[in-house]
Design a protein around this ligand. Structure first.
Ligand SMILES: *[C@@H]1O[C@H](CO)[C@@H](O)[C@H](O)[C@H]1NC(C)=O
Length: 387
């Protein structure tokens, strides 16, 4: 009877195969911003492994047992590298699509279908197409995507060793001969593009787009937010809460991209994005979906080639272990599995209406509950200190 229990995995596996077939008809560049283009690796997962994942990844949340908020500033063991100033912080590792934003589920009707006829499927598809057009247009016109789409890197800093810091104010990106082979001179040319992309990201799209495009963008954002009962703005508000209300306001250097933003080292929680889409469209999506106030360009990772686990490992190396907690949030089995490997709590996002693991719905209380399950409650300190 095992295989006839109401396991959602059979359905999910079937859906994935539909996606693979559907996606294989898309142009290659579409794969860059629609995530999960390369699902074949996941498809190889055995049913048994999937069922195991299902058990652990869909752990029920008992809202009533939610802990008190993890407050930045809580006393911790003295950190090896820093002073008493060093405080406990949480790094939240976000998936993007169908987690912080909705796109594919609008395009394929899954989002609307979950509402049993209450939402106009066609409207969702139109909204999704509007986003596709806008994302590609912004990518190509302002973020060198046409030139660079074959050279995806996992993060913008990846090529900083190639950037010699040359003044780019009069540099002609259309005439520098960037292209194959992907050797050191071309990596330098790509690193220049990454530097400009980082600057544009830091400045925000209002300094990049014309008035007409800004209007189209605002309308699209508002209609999507209305159609999704404020999924977008709720997710954004949640990011803001997690960051303790701190916006990113890096006055951006004209020098090569720095590795770790110094503000990241201070006492505050950090939002990091790890998405299976390619890097430039993902950065553009962060901008268009207004996540850039709470996710800096240094904290956007594309797992397209390397996989989510590798990105999670880099993130852990970067932010350290002693006074840092990690929490992954996403809708896919890859991030769930990677979080388990890392020993991090994982909050699984579920599109269906009515639940708490979606937007609007997800709260600090829920997030802290997940953290407490793995790291222990805030009043259970290793050194016996209690608050
Ligand atoms: C539609 O997209 C969502 C989000 O990626 C996915 O979970 C779902 O399985 C897809 N459904 C179909 C029928 O392709």
């Amino acid at each position: 009877m095992g295989e006839y229990t109401p396991s959602t995995w059979a359905v999910t596996a079937f859906s994935f195969s539909i996606i693979i077939i559907a996606i294989s008809f898309f142009a290659k560049r579409l794969l860059g911003y629609l995530p999960n283009g390369k699902k074949s690796r996941k498809e190889e997962q055995t049913q048994a492994a999937n069922e195991l994942l299902d058990d652990t990844c869909d752990a029920k949340i008992d809202e009533s047992s939610g802990g008190t908020p993890v407050i930045c500033g809580q006393k911790t063991e003295a950190s090896a590298e820093n002073t008493a100033d060093q405080k406990m912080k949480v790094v939240y590792i976000w998936d993007m699509d169908e987690t912080l934003i909705l796109l594919k589920s609008l395009l394929n009707g899954t989002y609307a279908a979950a509402f049993n006829g209450l939402k106009d499927v066609q409207k969702g598809i139109e909204i999704g197409r509007g986003w596709e057009d806008l994302i590609l247009r912004v990518c190509d016109e302002f973020f060198f995507y046409q030139q660079t789409e074959d050279y995806n890197e996992p993060f913008l800093d990846a090529l900083s060793e190639f950037d010699d810091g040359q003044d780019l104010s009069d540099y002609d990106f259309s005439k520098d001969g960037f292209g194959p082979p992907y050797d050191d001179p071309n990596k330098r040319k790509l690193s220049y593009r990454h530097r400009v992309i980082a600057q544009k990201y830091a400045q925000g799209l209002h300094n990049v787009l014309d008035q007409e495009t800004i209007k189209v963008w605002n309308n699209l954002y508002e209609s999507t937010d209305a159609y999704t009962d404020r999924w977008l703005s709720s997710a954004r508000t949640f990011l803001e809460q997690l960051s303790g209300g701190n916006r990113i306001s890096t006055p951006h250097p004209v020098s090569p991209i720095t590795t770790v933003d110094s503000t990241d080292m201070k006492c505050r929680n950090i939002n990091v994005l790890v998405t299976s889409g390619s890097l430039i469209p993902s950065l553009v999506k962060c901008l268009l979906f207004r996540l850039n106030d709470f996710i800096s360009h240094e904290n956007v990772y594309s797992s397209w080639e390397v996989g989510k686990l590798q990105c999670f490992k880099w993130i852990k190396e970067r932010f350290g272990g002693q006074s840092v907690k990690y929490c992954a949030i996403g809708d896919g089995s890859e991030e769930c599995e990677a979080a388990q490997t890392m020993g991090w709590p994982f909050i699984g996002i579920d599109l269906r209406p009515g639940g708490s693991n979606r937007f609007p719905g997800l709260t600090m209380k829920t997030a802290n509950y997940y953290l407490d399950v793995i790291y222990g409650g805030p009043d259970v300190k290793k050194d016996g200190q209690s608050l």
